[in-house]
Design a binder for this molecule. Structure first.
Ligand code: BF8
Length: 628
């Protein structure tokens, strides 16, 4: 797939999406694009952030044309309303990632106490390292160490004085910037809850002050909840290593029991992976006429099991309904986040079993199962057993798998990158200093029906690698890149000469898969490592981030912690802030003087690439490195 200056249709650049969308239309089934169309025109007040429904003196709206009301019933003006709305988005996003992290810490404690059969401490070296970071005695045996670490991580969520523990990974200069602004993250739940308090009517009515707390809530996610989720997942299930896998709806098999793992948290899906290898269940599948049991991922649960177990990826956010429409899915298993409430309806139009696995996330027409560390292993087995028995209900005449799968290589944790470099960061720093590698960019985030699916991700990334900028990806962007064939070593041919040489020397793709959305912490962690190695703050690095197709509150939280950590971040979809000049100016300009980084909004991926390339070259110049 080569860069295309304009998309062929308003929906997607992906053949599997377009084929399945046609199938939905033929069968009279509704998808996200139908509902998006039915919502047009969407509320202009809301798009600008100018509607407020925080209290029941309202709802209120501020007239952007200055002809109608300029204040809500309480007296809040456009700046206050917009700032409060954005801040609540960030708080919700930070809460989502962090609650996911908390579930992992609870499981770590259960494992340490011998209460979680089937779960274990898989990466003991990482347990040692993280326990060391949190001051746990080095000479404890693994289970005792895991218990002390779990208890220490639980404290990160509460009333913690001073900075969150993982911020010790950052250069002092960054922490000093936060201290001056009063945004050093304290307890994770504290920052999120204070954000909700301050946006209650009649509390914080200074838009700048509100936004600073939004950054702080974002930081409590990036250097707190999400980072805990990543590190504890690695301890429990293993730190990812490179593995060959495949992507797109073609990973579903016409002759096997297909089970899709969707959502974000690996706790249940890892147990499903284990159960699917059980010879008894595989034999039962064969007795029922299937050739075996095939697992495939969707969204970030998909990324979790892809990174650690090489499980193929069926698709990203906008594929979740379409996967069911293949008619080949015996079970869709979801945990939480980014799961469309429409899935139950679609599953009921086919033979697909729809299992929810978290008591906190129930859905219409779903079979509600409830994960607990004590019963997770049995839950995984129950799900696979029911999926296998469901194979006989499949109707072959309704099955349509539209494409052949595409190859990808996954599993690039920070540890693996360091290992590939020979155990030291010097070769990477040398490549940057010599200019073979101009810099790096994280291209991350969602799909959004406002954007042609994967058009933003793919074109931006192709332009960046052609300019010798290494791309690190996570989330739904990672799926788009893989489908475009950018995540195999041969894709180095699409890179500029410097990046191509680096990739060929290390036998890596020019786009490195670093995981799910909580794993954006791997990217900021890597940035911190490089900044420390160079003796500079993060904002001095020739790096940037982009979320070309974001939709979610979690993405808003990620963008906040990226910028607050010093990383220039380009959004492909404008956040609902344009109704306030004060808020917009602060995000696009004002933050830079204090944090060395800011946001940009650029829907055109080619223009976004130019912004990032110019930024990277500007940072090189400032570091005294050669610049183009
Ligand atoms: O956490 S990229 S659509 S699946 S929010 Fe959701 Fe966005 Fe996908 Fe993963 Ni992240």
């Amino acid at each position: 797939m080569s860069p295309k200056e304009s998309p062929d249709n308003p929906y997607s650049i992906q053949p599997d999406t377009l084929a399945m969308k046609d199938k939905a239309a033929k069968e009279g089934l509704e998808t996200v694009w139908d509902r998006f169309q039915a919502q047009q025109p969407q509320c202009g007040f809301c798009e600008l952030g100018l509607s407020c429904r925080i209290c029941v003196m309202g709802p209120c709206r501020i007239d952007p044309f200055q002809e109608g009301p300029q204040r809500g019933v309480c007296g809040a003006d456009a700046d206050i309303v917009v700032a409060r709305n954005l801040a609540r988005m960030v708080a919700a996003g930070a809460a989502s990632h962090s609650d996911h992290g908390r579930d992992l810490v609870e499981t770590l404690l259960a494992v340490a106490e011998g209460k979680a059969p089937g779960y274990q401490l898989t990466d003991l070296a990482k347990l040692d390292r993280i326990a060391g970071e949190f001051g746990v005695a080095a000479d404890l045996p693994p289970l005792a160490k895991a218990k002390e670490l779990a208890l220490a991580l639980m404290e990160e969520f509460g009333i913690k004085k001073g900075y969150l523990g993982f911020t010790r990974r950052l250069p002092r200069a960054r922490l000093e910037k936060w201290r001056k602004l009063g945004i050093e993250p304290r307890g994770i739940d504290w920052e999120i809850s204070e954000m909700l308090h301050r946006t209650h009517m009649g509390v914080d009515n200074d838009p700048v002050n509100i936004l600073l707390q939004a950054l702080r809530a974002g930081l409590s996610d990036g250097w707190g909840g999400s980072m805990i989720a990543t590190e504890v997942s690695d301890i429990l299930f293993g730190t990812p290593k490179p593995a060959a896998s495949q992507v797109n709806l073609g990973v579903l098999k016409t002759d096997e029991v297909n089970i899709i793992l969707h959502g974000h948290n690996p706790l249940v899906s890892e147990m499903v992976v284990r159960a699917a290898q059980d010879p008894g269940l595989v034999n039962r599948a064969k007795e029922l006429g299937a050739s075996g049991i095939n697992l495939a991922g969707l969204c970030c649960t998909g990324n979790e099991v892809l990174m650690r177990q090489g499980i193929p990826m069926a698709g990203n956010h906008l594929l979740q309904e379409l996967a069911i429409l293949t008619g080949a899915v015996e079970a869709m298993v979801v945990d939480y986040q980014c799961i469309m409430p429409s899935l139950g309806d679609l599953a009921s139009c086919y033979h697909t079993l729809f299992f929810t696995t978290s008591a906190k996330a129930k859905f219409p027409k779903a079979t509600a199962l409830s994960f607990a560390p004590e019963t997770g292993e049995a839950l995984g087995r129950q799900i696979v057993a029911q999926a296998v028995e469901n194979f006989v209900r499949r109707r072959p005449e309704r099955v349509f798998i539209p494409v052949a799968p595409v190859a990808q290589v996954t599993g690039f944790s920070v540890e693996v990158i360091q290992e590939a470099l020979g155990g030291t960061w010097e070769p990477l720093l040398d490549a940057i200093k010599a200019g073979h590698l101009r810099g790096a960019a994280g291209v991350v985030g969602c799909n959004n029906p406002r954007v042609v699916q994967d058009y933003g991700h793919t074109n931006l990334t192709q332009k960046l690698i052609a300019a010798d900028i290494l791309v690190l990806d996570t989330g739904c962007a990672a799926v788009a890149h893989a489908k475009a064939g950018l995540k195999v070593p041969e894709a180095a041919d699409q890179a500029g000469p410097g990046l191509k040489a680096v990739c060929q020397a290390l036998k890596i793709p020019p786009v490195l898969h670093m995981g799910s959305c909580v794993d954006n912490t791997r990217i900021v962690n890597l940035a911190a490592i490089l900044a420390n190695a160079l003796g500079v703050d993060l904002d001095m690095l020739p790096v940037a981030a982009a979320a070309p197709e974001w939709y979610s509150e979690k993405a808003a939280a990620i963008a906040c912690y990226a910028v607050a950590s010093g990383v220039f971040t380009v959004l492909g979809v404008a956040p609902p802030v344009l109704g306030s000049k004060t808020v917009t100016d602060l995000l696009l300009n004002g933050l830079e003087a204090h944090l060395g980084a800011k946001f940009a909004v650029e829907p055109d991926p080619f223009q976004a690439a130019r912004l990032i390339i110019n930024h990277v070259e500007g940072k090189r110049r400032a570091l005294g490195l050669d610049a183009r």
